[in-house]
Design a protein around this ligand. Sequence first.
Ligand code: NAD
Length: 343
Amino acid sequence: MAQVIIDNISNSLGSFLEGKYYSKIVVLVDEHTKKFCYPIVKSNLPNHKLITIKSGEHNKTIATCQSIWEQMTNFELDRHSLLINLGGGVIGDMGGFCAATYKRGIDFIQIPTTLLSQVDASVGGKLGIDFLGFKNHIGVFSLPNAVLIDAFFLQTLPKNELRSGFAEIIKHCLIRDKNKWNEIKVKDLINQDLADLIKHSVEIKKAVVAEDPTEKGLRKILNFGHTLGHAIETFYLDKGKKRLLHGEAIAAGMIMESYLAFEKKMIDEKTFLDIEEFLFTVYGRVEIDQIDFENILALTQQDKKNKGKIVRAAIIDGIGSCQYDVSLSKKEMLRALQYYKGI
Ligand code: NAD
C-alpha cells in the first residue's frame, strides 16, 4: 500500500523528497490547479518542469495522454524521474496512468486537491482514462510512491465540487461505519468536520484496498452506488449542461441502489427512507428523462464488475455493511430508475 500522509504539504513534500535523487521532476496540473495549488507547492520543490492540461472529465482521454507522454519525452524524462500529479481525480487517474506506462513505469506521487480525490481517487492505485465514452475503460492498477493530502487546498474548491466529494464520504459511512453515518446524517455539508472525515474515509479505503488490492472480492464494496451512478454519469458525459459531477451521479446511484436493497429486503424501510432523505436534501433530484432509461440501462452492461451479461453490484445489507456480486436484473434497475423519478 502506498504511503498516505495527511499533513501540511510543505512538511509532507519535504519529507518525501528527503534523501531521494530524481534526475527530473515534472508537475502535472490543469489550468485551475496551476492557478490555485501550484503556487503553494512550487517553493517546496527543487528544479522542475510543468505540464498543463485542460481540466475536466471530457479531457480524460487518450489524446490528452498522448500530449502528456509527448511532453515527458521532450523533457527527456528517464526512468529515474518523478511525476507529481497535482489536482483532482482526473489529473490523478490520468497522470498516474501516464507515469505507470511511460518507459514501463516511472515514480509518481499524488497530491489530491479536491475533496473527492482526497477521500477516494488518490488512494488505492486505480489509474486510467475514459474511452469510447465509457468511464475508466482503459487503465491499470499501479501504486503511487506516496499520496500527500492537505485539506488546505480545499479552500479554493468550488462548492459543487466539495459536495461531489462528500458523496464518497457518505458512501464510506454507509458501507463500513454506522456510527459515523449517524454523526454525518444530522448535519449540513457546511457543518461537517471535513478534516476528520478525510482521515476517516482514507482509513476505510486503505483497509479495504489492503485486503483486496486488485478488486477480486471485498474491494467491490467501494462501488456501492456506482453501478447505476456510473451509467448515469456516462450517459450525461456528452450532454453539455446536463453533465453531472462524479459525486452527484453517485449520490443518485446510492438512492437507487438503496431502493433495490430495500426491495430485496436487505435493509428495512426506515433505513432506506433515512438514506433517501439525506441524499435528496444534500443533492436534490437529478432530472432524468424517461426516454433515456433504456440507454442508461444499456450502459450498465459495460460495468467492470459484471460477469458475462449479468450485472453485478455492491448493495448494502444494513448501515455499515455491504455485499458484493449481487445480481441485478434489467427489470430491477428499471424499477429503481422509475422509483427515483417518482413514477
Ligand atoms: P476533477 O479532477 O475534474 O476536479 C474538479 C475540478 O476542480 C476541476 O475543474 C479542477 O481543475 C478543479 N480543482 C481541483 N482542485 C482545485 C482546487 N484546490 N481549487 C480550485 N479548483 C480545483 O474531479 P474530481 O471530482 O476530483 O475527480 C473525478 C474523477 O475521479 C473522475 O474521473 C472519477 O472517475 C475519478 N475517480 C477515481 C477513483 C479511483 O479510485 N481512481 C475513485 C473515484 C473517482
